[in-house]
Design a protein around this ligand. Structure first.
Ligand SMILES: O=C(O)CCC(=O)C(=O)O
Length: 296
């Protein structure tokens, strides 16, 4: 990786890279469309806000409402046909250069919506698992190593992700706090955020970002469908963040693991080993966990 890309990632909190060939885009698009079948049509186009995204949607519900769907695939049987997208060698190489080796996937999802959907998710940093009264400013300091990388990789051109560049390693500015209206989780849907911009991506390009960035999902009524791969990783060489716990480890049963490809199976075994080593999500946002030198 060009040194400047890592520098840009550290400074701005995101980079954009070409990942997929045209052939890979068509191949994955076909698989994704097949997974999203049957293609229900919504008749009521009232905007439905997409909060509580971390709970995930059921893939069989796709298209019944005029909204953006967020499908967590790992631990969902019958979605294996697209799992190889989540260990694409180019993606793993880039992420390893940004945070370190021995990557563990903790989020393997699809963000999808049909033409005509207006999508609006409130501004947030990905700290939803942390109780609001435990979210402290030092979590966003440049000294804290954020062992988590998130990626949006659309198979259709899009600009649904919005970000505030550089906000990942500093606390909220006064005007940002005003936009959040007192919440440390989600700003009210539609709030104006100073310094924000949409991330415009061509199919096959990925935005690779630090999800401590202030960000949101937002589009006017879509003229193209949304068909985006969404994924998250951490390096097993370092302690994980709270994002690691997004996967329900209890669903990674021996029976389920047998249904996975050898690569995904070994990634999930690595996940379980890491889970055994770090069983307590609530430790991950404590100061001692993030700055182990405080322990000595
Ligand atoms: O790309 C999007 O729709 C937003 C995704 C997002 O906000 C998130 O995963 O935290």
């Amino acid at each position: 990786m060009k040194k400047s890309l890592k520098e840009q990632f550290l400074k701005d909190g995101y980079i954009i890279m070409d990942i997929l060939s045209n052939q890979e885009i068509s191949h994955l698009r076909k698989i994704m469309d097949d997974l999203l079948s049957p293609k229900s049509k919504f008749s009521d186009t009232t905007l439905i806000s997409s909060s509580f995204q971390h709970l995930g949607d059921s893939i069989t519900e796709f298209g019944k409402e005029a909204r953006q769907y967020y499908f967590h695939l790992l631990t969902k049987p019958n979605t294996e046909s697209i799992h190889h997208a989540f260990h694409h060698p180019t993606i793993l190489n880039v992420v390893e250069e940004l945070i370190g080796p021995d990557l563990i996937v903790n989020n393997a999802s699809i963000l999808a919506a049909n033409v005509g959907t207006s999508y609006s998710l409130g501004w947030h940093r990905d700290v939803i698992q942390i109780p609001e009264n435990e979210i402290e400013d030092w979590l966003f300091s440049p000294e804290r190593f954020h062992n988590s990388v998130q990626i949006n990789l659309p198979l259709v051109d899009e600009s649904a992700l919005w970000i505030v560049p550089g906000s990942h390693n500093r606390p909220n500015l006064a005007e940002e706090n005003a936009a959040f209206s007192g919440s440390k989780h989600y700003a009210p849907v539609g709030a104006d955020m100073p310094g924000s911009m949409p991330v415009t991506l061509k199919a096959g390009q990925a935005v690779i970002y630090n999800n401590s960035l202030i960000h949101r999902g937002h589009t006017e009524a879509m003229k193209l469908p949304r068909r985006t791969l969404h994924m998250g990783y951490h390096s097993a060489v370092f302690p994980p963040t709270w994002h690691f716990y997004l996967l329900d480890g209890n669903l990674l049963t021996a029976e389920y693991l047998k249904t996975l490809s050898p690569t995904m199976k070994s990634m999930m075994e690595a996940y379980l080993a890491c889970r055994a080593k770090y069983p307590d999500m609530a430790a991950t946002w404590t100061k001692k966990y993030n700055f182990p030198e405080l322990l000595s």
